[in-house]
Design a protein around this ligand. Structure first.
Ligand SMILES: Cc1cc2nc3c(=O)[nH]c(=O)nc-3n(C[C@H](O)[C@H](O)[C@H](O)COP(=O)(O)OP(=O)(O)OC[C@H]3O[C@@H](n4cnc5c(N)ncnc54)[C@H](O)[C@@H]3O)c2cc1C
Length: 479
């Protein structure tokens, strides 16, 4: 066998599994279809670390949400991932909502959510003065927070790689064949064998299961659309502001992001698994719904719209189990919201399922459980000066909106999982995340990628394979 365990998919769930497995003496490989990690649902969601009152008591979703949220602060501290424990409020805007809040409170108590409190109108407005005049009260959850979801995924995957896991990008699994004592997995890069396979393929997890002869569940992709507003709107609210959930999900929220922007969304609409297009109808719905809870949001300060696709399934809970049809195949499938919050605990759950399936787990003597990166704009003047003296590239600001330096971009291009695209750089250091959305810094980032990776400028991608920024001949133009 080439590997003890192969993980399929490197979103936050696959990365969390890789992080936990890399603590053990195993031959471990992660196969990711995209040319970067965190390029699926993990990069397009609300980025909320949910407290855990939404899932029904007794479900895996409830247990792993509360456990994952409890792990998040320490994990993000160790791996240098932006995270803020700012708490959340679910608003009551009607008599019917009052009843829903009481149900959520009771569910939260049953799920073990710490510190939940039902607040009246005055208590809520004292915390958040910009809420709706229709406000009646709220459910306060102090353990909720916000996180950078793609950096969490990247940090987990980088730590796994630094500790010996192999990551193959642009390696979509196309077939899985059962063999004596394991599996043979095909990708366009070739075949490899493994004793155990962990299916973390998000919206494609039913197709991965079917490749191994398991048709026990179906994914029903559901799209959610967003507005991302400029930092000028970032302090409109301090906490995550939810409306009462309905059958369609947790409803439209208004929240600050860890970068200081304001995020508004999502709606919920059935879609194709690759459909991340924004629609006028979807965005109109989101805007109107958000104004019911925070009427003053200034949508003229919108800088970006995006959509993410939920891996809803035909089962009411996360699918975390060994396949009955293909023993040795472990599913981490149908991981819809609160999958980001639960991911650290899902990693541990998968470890336990692998152990129950017969995998011997021996801890490594040493495991590098830390990560650090320079965030120039957060340094003191003294620290900035020191850095520039040591490396003048930190004195050249490439992204003016977010104050990202050439030094940071070059450093990210030489990490264990280097980006291969302009958006890959954006996800790692924030260049292009600001008000101009890369209008000014995009071409400079492209030049730096080409120079550092020894590429011709025409080979530099915007994001996915084939998304070249330039085409045709490039010529040196005299100044
Ligand atoms: C609109 C929306 C809002 C959400 N909000 C929140 C929130 O606020 N808080 C929260 O906790 N959760 C939230 N979620 C849920 C959360 O985003 C997901 O649960 C989580 O990102 C799922 O991670 P994943 O790794 O399972 O999936 P993904 O991130 O999609 O990763 C799956 C990976 O598998 C790869 N893959 C697919 N097929 C193959 C193949 N054949 N071979 C190799 N690789 C393959 C894909 O390329 C992808 O990278 C939200 C989701 C959506 C859509």
């Amino acid at each position: 066998m080439d590997y003890d365990v192969v993980i399929i998919g490197c979103g936050v769930v696959g990365a969390a599994c890789a992080y936990e497995l890399a603590k053990h003496q195993l031959r471990l490989c992660v196969l990711e279809a995209s040319n970067d990690v965190a390029n699926g649902t993990t990069k397009a969601n609300s980025a909320i670390v949910h407290a855990g009152y939404d899932p029904l008591p007794g479900t895996k979703m409830a247990r792993l949400n509360v456990a994952g949220t409890a792990m998040m602060g320490e994990l993000c501290r160790k791996l240098d991932v932006p995270y803020r424990n700012n708490g959340s409020l679910v608003l009551s805007l009607s008599e019917q909502d009052d009843g829903i809040l009481r149900t959520l409170y009771a569910q939260g108590q049953a799920n073990g959510v710490p510190g939940l409190a039902l607040l009246n109108r005055e208590q809520t407005l004292a915390m958040e003065p910009n809420l709706s005049p229709d406000l009646r009260g709220a459910l306060f959850a102090p353990s909720a927070g916000i996180v950078n979801p793609w950096e969490l995924c990247l940090a987990l995957a980088e730590t796994a790689v630094r500790n010996g896991a192999e990551l193959r990008l642009s390696a979509p699994v196309t077939a899985i064949r059962r063999t004596e004592g394991g599996f043979c997995i095909s990708t366009p890069q070739g075949e490899l064998t493994a004793r155990y396979v962990v299916n973390c393929a998000g919206v494609s997890s039913d197709r991965i299961a079917a490749m191994a002869g398991d048709r026990s569940f179906r994914i029903q992709p559901t799209k959610g659309e967003y507005f991302l507003l400029d930092k000028s709107e970032g302090s409109r609210v301090e906490r995550v502001i939810f409306q009462c959930p309905s059958q369609l999900g947790k409803g439209v929220l208004v929240t600050p992001t860890v970068h200081g922007n304001l995020l508004v969304g999502p709606n919920a609409a059935a879609c194709d698994e690759t459909d991340t297009a924004n629609t006028a109808a979807g965005l109109d719905f989101v805007r109107a719904s958000a104004q019911r809870s925070v009427p003053g949001v200034n949508f003229r300060d919108n800088i970006r719209n995006f959509a993410g696709v939920r891996a809803n399934s035909d089962r009411p809970d996360f699918i975390l189990e060994e396949s009955a049809a293909a023993p040795g195949l472990i599913h981490a499938a149908g991981i819809r919201s609160p999958g980001l919050s639960a991911a650290p605990a899902i990693g541990l759950e998968i470890l336990e399922l692998l152990r129950q399936a017969g995998l011997t787990l021996r801890r490594k003597d040493s495991f590098i459980d830390s990560r650090k990166r320079v965030r120039f704009h957060q340094l003191s003047d003294g620290e900035k000066n020191e850095l520039i003296q040591a490396d003048p590239r930190y004195g050249r600001v490439i992204c003016r909106c977010e104050t990202v330096t050439e030094g940071e971009i070059v450093a990210c291009l030489h990490t264990p999982i280097p980006p291969v695209s302009v958006n890959g750089v954006k996800r790692r250091v924030g260049a292009g995340m600001g008000r101009c959305q890369g209008g000014f810094c995009g071409p400079r980032v492209q030049e730096i990628i080409a120079r550092e990776l020894g590429l011709d400028p025409t080979q530099v991608l915007m994001d996915w394979e084939g998304s070249w920024v330039l085409c045709g001949e490039t010529k040196d133009v005299a100044p």
